[in-house]
Design a protein around this ligand. Structure first.
Ligand code: NI
Length: 139
């Protein structure tokens, strides 16, 4: 971790008003913390664009377990990629619907491919990949 540097930012007053309002809504104590998070998000997005190194993510899937063969298909796809899946959580949302959350770690390209394969499986109602980082290289 380097030393802390202060720098000035020139902004249109209306844009700054909107930023301050947003910081309040998101419970940031200072503008600096919000700007640090914006920079970190940009760095993580860049990591994912390059998808070279080890990345981490979460995938949520919602599906109806009555759909013929669906649970079995999703399980097979996950076993094929077991090296990427650190943990899974299965919640029975109601009589019909299940929510599954997968914690993924590995090559970014492989994580995206697995996520696309699971999300596009017939019968999956909603799927969302949350892209994050292993934290290496971020301060
Ligand atoms: Ni279930």
């Amino acid at each position: 971790m380097g030393k802390t540097i202060r720098f000035g930012v020139s902004l249109d007053s209306e844009l700054l008003d909107k930023f301050d309002k947003l910081c309040g809504e998101k419970s940031y104590q200072t503008r600096s913390e919000a700007i640090r998070d914006l920079i970190r998000n940009m760095l993580v997005e860049k990591e994912w664009d390059e998808t070279e190194g080890e990345m981490a993510g979460t995938l949520s899937l919602v599906y109806d377990h009555h759909q013929s063969g669906l649970s079995q298909r999703l399980t097979e796809l996950q076993h094929d990629a077991h090296h990427l899946i650190m943990s899974t959580l299965h919640v029975h949302l109601d009589h019909d619907n299940c929510l599954e959350v997968l914690v993924l770690k590995g090559n970014g390209k492989d994580i995206k491919e697995l996520a696309h394969r699971l999300i596009s499986t017939k019968g999956v109602k909603h799927g969302k990949l949350g892209l994050t980082t292993t934290g290496d290289g971020l301060v």
